[in-house]
Structure formats: structure tokens, C-alpha cells
Design a protein around this ligand. Sequence first.
Ligand code: XUL
Ligand code: CO
Length: 523
Amino acid sequence: MTILNRNVFGIPTTSIDIKSIYITYPYCIQKFYQQNSGLNEMINMKAGKLLLFLLCFIAISNTVICEAPPTCPADLDGGCGSDDSGEWEGEFFPGIPKIVYEGPKSKNPLAYKWYNANEEILGKNMKDWMRFSVAFWHTFRGTGGDPFGAATKMWPWEDGTNSLAMAKRRMRANFEFLEKLGVDRWCFHDRDIAPDGKTLEESNANLDEIVALAKELQGTKIRPLWGTAQLFMHPRYMHGGATSPEIGVYAYAAAQVKKAIEVTHYLGGENYVFWGGREGYQTLLNTDMERELDHMARFFEAAVAYKKKIGFKGTLLIEPKPQEPTKHQYDWDAATAANFLRKYGLIGEFKLNIECNHATLSGHSCHHELETARINGLLGNIDANTGDPQIGWDTDQFLMDINEATLVMLSVIRNGGLAPGGFNFDAKLRRESTDVEDLFIAHIAGMDTLARGLRNAAKLIEDGSLEELVRKRYQSFDSELGAQIEGGKADFDMLEKKAMEWGEPKVPSGKQELAEMLFQSVM
Ligand code: XUL
Ligand code: CO
């Protein structure tokens, strides 16, 4: 609904809009708390509570007490732009400096302590090992809403609409964020960055308009790590996209992916992702699984053909996930996805995008999924995040565990890096983290944790003791018979003869605790 006027808190005064009131009222309280931190104790007292209530009451009655939130209201009578075009070019993150490396002793939350972009580790700059990327959908579309509660994040540049003007303003915020963070890559879904239209043509036109702006703002340095199509939010995709039993949906999904590959290519994207959130089933009783999987394979074949047709050189990535939102997704885990690719002759055309929280949802560790992808030649990209063992669903938290990060980086080093893939922060702030600076702090901490993992993994590799432990465990195969077995030349007759000649084998210790001790020694 259109709001004609707002008071200094952005609260509508000439028409009632419940959502705006919801958004702006807590902002006043929040700001009051922040700006008067010394009053926190007082607020705990009765008099303090009364005073706070009075102040906010007066504020809502249009009296100037609190400072106005720096909103860019939809009606744009002024403030963020002269018209509805979203052309505002002000600063979105005032007071946040360019984030620089200050070293491990720094106590500055807005500085890197471990991530030193141009420092060389194992023959490669840290930034080339990491190839970090910001996920547009979490960082710029995440609201903090959950199934039990409404949005908690009131970013100053948001006006509560999904308009084209808002999409443009948000895109400008994205690029200021990337610049300040010193990150050269970003990832997006088509519908995160531009609003859905009434028709496919209108949606495509919206996307073109936003992509043109993104192209301009990218300059020469910034590129998408990957793009993707959102085939899960709209109700038309409730039974899936490529696996929907309805042919019209299959065609619509194909058209959407076609366009998303085009714009990813146009923006210089290095990869394209397929995450099949709704490609799966809720019950096998109403599902022809074989037919659905055949359809999905045909869909991927068509994507490969189209990619080649338009000259897109980026890697196509499948992102496994076992469930959520679907009860059982077809790309359950790395091994399932690899088997699917092999069955349908697609193995050379795709790699995998391993997400750590998806790995744990499927009952594996992230390290297991990375190693499964790596040894199959399929490790293409990592969606860097983590879950919470006590919660158990896809919480998409920033990865802050140094042990976990070290294991992740061991796989990445063994893979020779991830390029043209990288680390995409498919991670969101907790619902309760509501300050703009939290967006920076979360990314800085996530980047520092992985950088620390890289440093630790490099130490482990340079030290060599763990590698030596593993080598020793298999050294009996470094023999003539071992070579015959590994070369596929040892038949059962030959092996039986040896078993009888050698008698009961001597089985050495697995040295697990020693391996764990060596691992911990580099932390
Ligand atoms: C959902 C998820 C997606 C994909 C892209 O769990 O990870 O954001 O990364 O569609
Ligand atoms: Co993901």
C-alpha cells in the first residue's frame, strides 16, 4: 500500500501500514538503547522504563526526540534520491572503513587478523586460495524472519518494497559492501536481485535492468563467482522445476535457467549453480522417481547445450543437499550426485558445490563431502557455512570453527585450490544480530577463520608428520604384490597362495590419537 507521508521515524502518518509500524517502532527503541548505552542500567529500573516509554510515545507522536533512522522511504519525497529511480549514490555504510589486515594482535572487530590477501602460502596468495564471495540473498535479502517470527533486520536503505528502484539501491549497497570488505566476487539468484514480473517477459525485463546496473557497478575488478535461478520460492515450483510432473513448469524452469545462464555469462560469472531445493519428493506413493530423474538429466543436458551455444565457459555446479525444503532431494550428497552424473553421461560437464551445512544434514562431515567430491575430480566450489549440532536444520551460520576450517582447507590444498570456484559465504546473520556492522563482522570473522584454517593446513603439510603417518599405514602395499593388486593384476588364486604362505597377518595400530595429536599441534 502506498504511504504518503512519514514522520521522522519513517512511521506513516497519513495512512496506516501495519508492516511499516512494525518495522519502524522497534527501530526507535533499538536506536534509543544503542545511543544511550549508559542508560541500560537505568532502563532496568522502573523509572527508566517509564522514561523510555514516554520518550518513544512522544517520538511516535511526531515529536523530534530520537534521531531519524536513515531510511530511503518508498515514497521518496526526498532523502535517498530525487525520484523513484533508485539512482541514489550516497554512502550505505558510513563510518565503516575499508577493511584491512592488522594481524592477530589486533582487537579491532573491523579488521582482518588472519586473512592477509596478498600473503603467500604454499606458493599462492591467500586471496587466490580463497576466492571469497558474498551471497546476495543472505546479505542483502535476509530479513531475520523465521517460521515463528517476523523480520528483525531494518537495514537503513530498505523501504519495505520489492520495487525495481529498491533493487537498484540494494545493488549499490552490495557493491559498496564488496569494496569495503575487499572481496571481488558475489553470488546471486535471478529473483534476489530483481523482482518477479507478472509475466516471464516482464521478469526478464526487470532482470535486464538490474543486471545492466550490476555490470556498470562491477567495474573491471568484481565478477560473480556464480549465478543461479531461483526455482523454489514461487508456488509454480511446489512440485519441483526440472522434476515437476507438469510440463508447463518444466518449460518455465528451463526458460528461467536459460535467462539466468545468459545474465551470469554477461556479467562475467565464472560458474553457474544448480541447487534443486524442490527437485525431489514428499512421498514416493505419488512419485515416478525414475521418470523424474530422467527429466532432470534431460534438463541438465539442455543446460550444457545452451551454455556451449552461447559460449559460456563457466563451470556448471550441482549443489547437493539431502532435504529441506523437500523431504528427500535427489542431489542428496556428493556420492549421490556423482552417481547421477555418471549414470546420465554428464560427469565431464559438471562439478559439485559442496555446502558444509548440507553435508552435516546428510549425516556426513563437511570434510567427508569435500574428500568425496575431490577424489572423484568433482570439487568445484564451497558454500562456506556451518550448522548447529543442537538445532539440526540448515541454519546457514558463518563458519567460525578453526578445527573444521583446517579440515576444509586440507581438502582445498589437496585439490590444488578451487578456481574457477571459490568460497561463497552462503551464510546469514543470526536473527538477533541486527546492526549493519554485524554484516561486516560476520564476513570478516568467516574469512579470518578460513584463513586460519589455511595457515594451519599449510603448517601440517609443511611439517609432513601426518602425511608420513598415513603413508606408513599403507606401506605394505608399496610392494610387488601391492603393485599387482593396485594394477588390477592379482586374482584370488594368487592372493590365496600368499595368504597361506604368510599365515596370520600382523595388524599394526591405527594411531588415531597420534593423528589427532599431530592435527591439534598446528592449531
Ligand atoms: C539452500 C542453498 C542455496 C543455494 C543456491 O540451502 O544453499 O542458497 O546455495 O540456490
Ligand atoms: Co548453498
